[in-house]
Design a protein around this ligand. Sequence first.
Ligand code: DAH
Length: 342
Amino acid sequence: MDVNEKIKHIEQQIESAVADVKSSKSLQEIKMRFLGKTGEISSLMKNMRDVPPEQRPSLGKLLNALRQWTEEKLDNLESGLKEIELKRKYAEEKIDVTVPARDFPDGAYHPNTLIRNELVSIFAGMGFEIFEGPEIENDYYNFTALNTPKDHPARDMQDTFYLAEDLLLRTQTSAGQIRVMENKKPPIKILSPGKVYRSDDDATHSPMFSQMEGLVVDRGITLCDLKGMLDEFAKKIFGENVKTRLRPSYFPFTEPSVEVDVSCFECGGKGCRLCKGTGWIEVLGAGMVNRRVLEGCGINPDEYTGFAFGMGIERIAMLKYGINNMKLLFEGDTRFLKQFKD
Ligand code: DAH
């Protein structure tokens, strides 16, 4: 084939390659094939060496013209293709801001969580710090150190799940009091929320429930401090007009011990179904920390005194929200739970 024919041939090849090029990527391959270092036009140029010198200038012109023609053709095509591709990309990425948003059903806090958060914020506002003790406890922390040794009749008040001779699921968050007092010297002001376990199951009891414990130890703490703090707490959680009263009671780890009632926030104290006609509702147990408990933790009871209190979170939730069966708090039925959406 003579050079002119070769040039014609290459031109035809380029025309037909270009005819069905669809993307700038495949155009790139064509560029390499004809214009690349080892491409067809370059190898023709390399063959110039074999051409007689007098023919070289005219052949050089022809080949340069071919190269220029090819470059222009392919460059034009490339910018056309790029423009099309960009338009297509923009079209694909176009966001229709008028499409309605997908609806994410949002959850609600569980009533227990609502009450716990509320209690934490009330007591944190009074300067209490949070301490969370372990749910699996030694007999010592749950009972003995709380002035409830093995033969103490008060152990019968709480049906305990034992895991081993000395290991149990804590029956009360009071166990945390000991852990705090062993590790921290007064002044102590802690709040301890958490799960507790008892072998008990009916409309107002569950084998697992939650308590909130409080402990204050310092010089000169009296029952008046407890009463003042409880008044504040009752107003914040049940309403401005609610009052508290203390009734004598018994817990081994407090002396004196009290049961705390709030005036009925439903009827204002006149007597209704909620307060069973009495005008008062029992909400928690409390008392002055028994000096034997302080002593056992290495705190001098002649120098320091303290008060403690413990309440059931489910009980507070049931009272506050008018929930009549504790099971509702454990079943996770969304028809019940969604009523607590803010
Ligand atoms: N731990 C007691 C219970 O579970 C509640 C309680 C009563 C806690 C009196 C206290 C307290 O801190 O002083 O029944």
